[in-house]
Design a protein around this ligand. Structure first.
Ligand code: ATP
Ligand code: MG
Length: 302
């Protein structure tokens, strides 16, 4: 396997990778919400979609642009790249092509952004492994279900104690080990407990896994229909969900989703600069005074 060079140089973006080999665990939803949250506090954000078959983050961002145009409103959008899988006959050639595409995408935007948010597929691919090698923060959403926990740990059926690491947890440990060897870089691994069941099924097991593997576990989002509704408009729970933006009056569920996402992103401890906060304040003012739709990429990245 060819390895990518970690991005940790001065002036480089902080890389947040969202990953879990369990499909449907909430990776793309998290990646999009995080990207928008960071944009809203004045960070310059790049996003990379490595999910070749679904392109869900790419479609989410496209929907956001279309929606902004349709509603004649200003919506922050990240600088986005999609990297397809190479489909040649030879594995080594495919890896070389994907590595070049990955490094090309990163080097093309690294000096223009403060954060790079990378959404990964739920399959073990070369591109997905590359992303884990360069992660400064790794977010792993997990649904509150013993079945879904299988990518992270095997569990004793009687006591529910952790008996071993799951395939994805091993992959992450290997990536972290390589990263340490390369540049002493450290990946802050945060497991996000989403959609909790009554009685919180896997909380104890994840906490035990945290002690063994050195990960933080945090409370994520509740099961809410609003997260499913927002995709076609490209909106997130963090957008102003008023009549002009959303086309409907926000309900209680919207407000709760907004609050839980704010809380979640707050406890990730990402390196937000004071300069970015000033930029956010200036932009707010600009938005308030502007009447025409904007080319937001040019403005946010300028
Ligand atoms: N907190 C939530 N409450 C209800 N539905 C949610 C929640 N979070 C995500 N969803 C929905 O669950 C589904 C899976 O979410 P998402 O696509 O973000 O997961 P994923 O891990 O990226 O999936 P994949 O592995 O297929 O890429 C989507 O329909 C999404 O709208
Ligand atoms: Mg996805």
């Amino acid at each position: 396997m060819l390895y990518a060079t970690p991005i940790a140089e001065s002036g480089s973006p902080h890389v947040v990778v969202v990953g879990n080999e369990k499909g449907g665990s909430g990776k793309t939803t998290m990646a999009m919400h995080l990207a928008v949250a960071l944009l809203k506090i004045g960070q310059r954000v790049g996003t990379i979609d490595l999910d070749s078959s679904q392109r869900a983050l790419t479609r989410y961002i496209q929907n956001r642009r279309i929606w902004a145009n349709h509603r004649q409103i200003a919506l922050e959008c990240p600088l986005h790249r999609f990297i397809p899988r190479a489909e040649g006959a030879k594995l080594e050639d495919n890896e070389a092509e994907e590595l070049a595409a990955f490094e090309g995408a990163v080097s093309g935007i690294r000096t223009s952004v403060d954060f790079l948010v990378i959404d990964t597929p739920s399959t073990d691919t070369y591109l997905m492994r590359l992303a884990h090698l360069v992660a400064d923060t790794l977010l792993t959403p997990v649904t509150d279900s013993f079945l879904d926990l299988g990518t992270l740990a095997s569990i004793d059926p009687i006591t529910h104690e952790v008996t071993g690491a799951g395939h994805y947890a091993e992959l992450v440990c290997e990536a972290r080990r390589r990263r340490r060897q390369f540049d002493q870089g450290r990946t802050d691994w945060v497991v996000i407990r989403n959609r909790p069941a009554r009685g919180r099924l896997v909380h104890h097991s994840i906490a035990e896994l945290g002690t063994r593997l050195g990960l933080r576990d945090v409370q994520g989002c509740a099961e809410r229909i609003v997260y499913r509704q927002l995709f076609p408009s490209g909106l997130t729970a963090l957008d102003v969900l008023d009549e002009a933006t959303f086309g409907a009056t926000p309900g209680r569920s919207h407000r709760l989703a907004q609050r839980e996402m704010h809380d979640l992103i707050g406890i990730l401890n990402l390196p937000i600069s004071a300069r970015a906060r000033r930029r956010a304040a200036a932009r707010e003012e600009w938005f308030a005074s502007a009447s025409a739709p904007l080319d937001l990429d040019d403005m946010l990245l300028g």
